[in-house]
Design a protein around this ligand. Sequence first.
Ligand SMILES: *Cc1c(COP(=O)(O)O)cnc(C)c1O
Length: 393
Amino acid sequence: MAIKSFHPPQRILMGPGPSDVSSRVLEAMSRPTIGHLDPMFVAMMDEMKELLKYAFQTKNELTMPVSAPGSAGMETCFVNLVEPGDKVIVCQNGVFGGRMKENVERCGGVAVMVQDEWGRAIDPQKLEDALKANPDTKVVAFVHAETSTGAQSDAKTLVGVAHQYSCLTIVDTVTSLGGSPVKVDEWDIDATYSGSQKCLSCTPGLSPVSFSARAQDKIKSRKTKVQSWFMDLNLVMGYWGAATKRAYHHTAPINALYGLHESLVMLQEEGLENSWARHQKNHLALRAGMEAMGLQFVVPVAERLPQLNAITVPDGVDDAAVRAALLNDYQLEIGAGLGVMAGKVWRFGLMGYACTPRNVLVCLGALDDVLGRLNAPIRRGVAVAAAQKVLAG
Ligand SMILES: *Cc1c(COP(=O)(O)O)cnc(C)c1O
């Protein structure tokens, strides 16, 4: 049998990413492929850097998308800023902090782990205690928005503590960028990476990064070569850097970059503050519906991310059966629990283009139906109305 073209179904993506991609972005990606050194393409790259600086709220010259997913942005930060023997404090409150540890160790660094409960924000006091106990620490790394649990940490305070001890900071803003405030300059973050497929609502496969002047100094004064050729920013800057001749480094993912450009234009049109407010409002509507049903959030109110809602699976309910019914009967994708939360929580994303009143109402209605059919212990028929009340307010 001949294999034919692949035609995916139209889903509603309300998991931990990817999120829904607008037709505007998909259309941009279908435009003609041109050369990665074409002057027209280079002009688009310059615009892309400006758009990313806006999204990150930074003037950092070294702001650009890495040609690979968020995990590669993470790795780019670590391989450039960590040299063999460097001590790095990693604050962990979920799955992604564990990956930071892996990165430190693979760079030959020494990871000092500061553990917080999963589902809670990172405690700045614990970081301070660790810095006092480890005065030779060079870098502090943490995840701003833990997608595995839906907890948001106070990045500004954590970076401030790290700087009191003269450490550079690496901050994961994969899930926060575009959906809740990320202020790279005001918070004085040294290195950050994000992802194209969460609140920026582009296709997966690109990782915006930004590095402060302090971080660049460290990269330039390294005693050892960056262990990764592909991610060595000293080389990448020959292609992405300002006032360079734009020499070939690797072939940029040209059409993917058209897509990111378009999604960032959309973010600029909406305005960052409006985007943050939209995520917050739809989150509050979803929350009202969930709570009306009697479902519980994992994270305490003050530490919740609007764009990632982790809900405890009620006792006796089959986590996977609910997700399968949502997907098959409603074309609705939500996320499963990760790590220690596997089977115990559902993760409802409200990210970027998927963060709409329509999706909130569809999701609550679908969940009400599916849980009802499975005789789950919820209050039926009240969730949508509770959300509507918030949306109307
Ligand atoms: C999704 C995510 C990543 C990884 O991004 P990929 O694009 O999947 O490689 C890293 N950190 C956080 C917090 C994420 O949510």
